[in-house]
Design a protein around this ligand. Structure first.
Ligand code: T4K
Length: 386
C-alpha cells in the first residue's frame, strides 16, 4: 500500500475484534495465592523498609535469574538512577536514542550529560563502533539498552569500557531472563537495571531491581535507596527513597512462580506471528540470534519505509481493535530537551532515525489465544494487501 494512503471499505475485510487487543496485559498470580502472601504481612504489620517478604523476594529472584546480587527498588527508572549514582560518575554517558525516555532522563536526573550513539542496523542495540567514536575525555560511562530483550554486543562494549576506563551499565528493563549462550545477560557490565512495571514480562505493578556482580556495589545501592541511612544515628550517603514495599514484593513472589510458563506461551505466540507474517514483502520480524534466549518482552516487526507506511498500519490496526505500539517513537534525541545536544543530530543517528519510523510492537502476552495471533496476521496481511 502507498505510504500514508487510506484503505477503501472492503467487504472481504477480516472481522474486527469485539474487545480491544492491547500490546500487552500483565501477568497476575491467582488472587488467592496473593492473599496468602499478604496474610503474613498483616500478621507482622511490617509494610516496608527491608521486610521479610522483600528479602525473600530478593533471594528468590537471584536464584531464578542465576545471579549473586540484586537490590529491589521502586521502579525501573529508580533502578537506573541508583545504578548511575552508585557508580559515582561525572561527565558524559554514552547511550542510545532508541529507548524509553526513562533511560536518558535518568542520566539527566543524575546531573550527567547524555551522548547519543547510533544503533546496529540488525539488532537495534548500541553499535560499538559508534560508541567508540563518541568517547571523549569527559566520558564516564556507557549505558547500553537490551532493547526488546535483544542483548547488546556485551563483549565489544566491555572492551571499549576497559580500553577507556569507563563504567558499563545496562538498562535491562526488557531483558528479564534474556541469556547469551546460556549466560544470563545480567552477568555483564557493572550493573543491569530491571523494570517490573505492569507492561513487563514479569511485573509487580510498579517495581524494579539493580543486578550487580560486586557485593560492595549492592551495599551502596541498598544504602542509596534507603535515604543513605546506615543505622539510627548514621546517614552515610545522600540517598533517595527507592525502596520496594512488602505488598509489592509479595506480588512479585507470587508472580515469579508463573513467569517461566508465561515466557513459553509468549514464545508460542511469537512463532505464530513469524509463520503468519512470513513472506510479506517489506515486513521483517526482528531476528533473534541462535545463541540468544530472548525474554519475549515484545514482538517487533519492521515495515520497510518506501514499501509500507508503519504509521498507516498502526492506525488501521486500531480500526480492527488491535492496539500495537510504536516503541520507541519518537527517538529520545528528538525530544525538546535533548534536541540541542550535538549528538542528537539526526546525521549522527541514521540507523536509529530509520528504525523509529519502521518498528511496531504487536500484541504479545500469555493470555492472547494463538488463534487471535493468527487473526492479527490475517488483518496485517489484509491492510498491507499481502
Ligand atoms: N527502560 C526501558 C527500556 C523501558 O522501556 C522502561 C519503561 C524503563 C526503563 C522504565 O521502567 P519503569 O520506571 O516504568 O519501571 C509503558 C510503561 O509505562 C513503561 O514502564 C515502559 N518502559 C514503556 C515501554 O511502556 P506506556 O505509556 O506505553 O504504557 P501504557 O500505560 O500505554 O500501557 C500499554 C498497554 O499495556 C495498555 O494499552 C494496556 C496494557 N496495560 C497497561 C497497564 C499500565 C494493562 O493491561 N494494564 C496496566 O496496568 O508506557
Amino acid at each position: 500500500m502507498i505510504p500514508g494512503g487510506t484503505l477503501p471499505v472492503d467487504s472481504a475485510a477480516p472481522r474486527a475484534f469485539d474487545d480491544p487487543i492491547y500490546v500487552t496485559r500483565p501477568l497476575l498470580p491467582d488472587l488467592q495465592a496473593y492473599v496468602e502472601e499478604l496474610q503474613g504481612i498483616w500478621d507482622r504489620r511490617w509494610l516496608t523498609n527491608k521486610g521479610q517478604v522483600h528479602d525473600a523476594f530478593e533471594q528468590a529472584l537471584c536464584a531464578y535469574l542465576r545471579i549473586s546480587h540484586l537490590s529491589l527498588v521502586s521502579s525501573g527508572t529508580t533502578a537506573l538512577m541508583l545504578a548511575l549514582r552508585a557508580c559515582e560518575l561525572s561527565g558524559e554517558v554514552i547511550t542510545t536514542a532508541l529507548t524509553s525516555p526513562a533511560t536518558v532522563n535518568a542520566i539527566r536526573w543524575c546531573g550527567l550529560t547524555p551522548v547519543f550513539a547510533d544503533v546496529d542496523p540488525v539488532f537495534l542495540t548500541l553499535d560499538p563502533t559508534a560508541v567508540e567514536r563518541a568517547v571523549t575525555p569527559q566520558t564516564a560511562a556507557i549505558l547500553g539498552v537490551h532493547v526488546y530483550g535483544m542483548p547488546c554486543d556485551v563483549e565489544a562494549l566491555q572492551a571499549i569500557a576497559d580500553r577507556h576506563g569507563l563504567r558499563l551499565i545496562y538498562d535491562g528493563a526488557h531483558a528479564f531472563g534474556t541469556a547469551i549462550g546460556g549466560v544470563p545477560v545480567l552477568e555483564f557490565g557493572d550493573a543491569t537495571t530491571l523494570s517490573f512495571h505492569a507492561t513487563k514480562l514479569f511485573s509487580t505493578a510498579e517495581g524494579g531491581a539493580v543486578a550487580v556482580r560486586d557485593a560492595e556495589l549492592k551495599r551502596r545501592i541498598d544504602l542509596l535507596k534507603n535515604l543513605g541511612i546506615q543505622d539510627e544515628a548514621t546517614v552515610v550517603l545522600p540517598g533517595i527513597n527507592g525502596r520496594m514495599n512488602e505488598l509489592t514484593a509479595a506480588l512479585g513472589l507470587a508472580g515469579l512462580k508463573l513467569v517461566e510458563a508465561e515466557r513459553g506461551r509468549r514464545e508460542a505466540i511469537a512463532n505464530v506471528y513469524r509463520e503468519g507474517l512470513r513472506g510479506i514483502e517489506g515486513l521483517e520480524c526482528l531476528d533473534i540470534p541462535p545463541l540468544v534466549r530472548n525474554s519475549q518482552q515484545y514482538f517487533v516487526v519492521r515495515l520497510q519505509a518506501g514499501v509500507h507506511s508503519r504509521d498507516d498500519l498502526w492506525e488501521q490496526l486500531k480500526t480492527f481493535n488491535v492496539f500495537a505500539r510504536r516503541y520507541f517513537h519518537p527517538l529520545c534525541s528528538n525530544m525538546l530537551f535533548y534536541r540541542k545536544l550535538p549528538s542528537a543530530n539526526p546525521a549522527n543517528l541514521l540507523v536509529a532515525s530509520r528504525a523509529t519510523q519502521e518498528v511496531l510492537c504487536l500484541p504479545l502476552y500469555g493470555n492472547l489465544p494463538l488463534q487471535d495471533a493468527t487473526r492479527i496476521c490475517e488483518i496485517v496481511r489484509h491492510i498491507l494487501r499481502a
